[in-house]
Design a binder for this molecule. Structure first.
Ligand code: ATP
Ligand code: MG
Length: 206
């Protein structure tokens, strides 16, 4: 199975991707995590990342292709890619088997800012928590791997505005690109649904 997750920052793509990956034995490819864990980023690239702007399409293509080549599970989940129409075209050209399912995470934009400003992320395994709504079991340590949690540099109110802006300008059009030609599923992921409920919905659809 090959999946693409699309949705605004904070919509829960990473959280659900981890659960889907485990359930269906897929590789979870988070481009945000790949970039944050890349020791070779230049100062300019770090600046783009920390200010909520996009990394150039061709660099992203190289990163994603290299990661896809390392997959040896039963498939993959792309979380954070493609994020522009150009990236969608490049991906299509790079894939030999074009059958991809798309999950589109929808929720009220108002809910996003709260989720992101309270978010705690694990720099080692990419798990995410929330200070209030989903605190880790042990203070500030990852439930999954025990590493100290961090507040991402781009998870501040100021940068979130820019990230949402970038999302609505560049990534939202990608939804239309996939809507007609792929198996496409809307996933309601607002606060009235729990993480487990959303996961059940996803499993049903897949
Ligand atoms: P969330 O982690 O809440 O899903 P997000 O989708 O904004 O939020 P990431 O996917 O972690 O965050 O991406 C963080 C940053 O990494 C982006 O703001 C951008 O700078 C860079 N980035 C990640 N994926 C891409 C991509 N496909 N194209 C260009 N830049 C990217
Ligand atoms: Mg994410």
């Amino acid at each position: 199975m090959h999946l693409i997750l699309i949705g605004p920052p904070g919509s829960g793509k990473g959280t659900q991707a981890k659960k889907i990956a485990k359930e269906f034995h897929l590789d979870h490819i988070s481009t945000g995590d790949l970039l944050r864990n890349n020791p070779d980023l230049t100062k300019e690239q770090k600046e783009l990342l920390n200010s909520g702007k996009l990394i150039p399409d061709m660099m992203m293509l190289d990163i994603v292709k290299a990661r896809l080549n390392k997959c040896h599970g039963r498939g993959w989940i792309l979380d954070g890619y493609p994020r522009t129409i150009a990236q969608a075209h490049l991906l299509e050209n790079a894939l030999e088997d074009g059958t991809v399912k798309v999950l589109y995470f929808t929720l009220d934009t108002k809910e996003l800012v709260d989720r992101i400003t309270g978010r705690l992320s694990c720099p080692a395994c990419g798990s995410v928590f929330h200070k209030i709504t989903r605190p880790p079991k042990k203070d500030n340590l990852c439930d999954n791997c025990g590493e100290p949690l961090i507040h991402r540099k781009d998870d501040t109110e100021e940068v979130i505005k820019k990230r949402l802006d970038t999302y609505f300008t560049y990534t939202d059009p990608v939804v239309k690109y996939y809507q007609d030609k792929n198996r496409f599923y809307n996933i309601a992921c607002g606060n009235k649904h729990s993480i487990d409920e959303i996961f059940e919905t996803i499993k049903d659809k897949l």
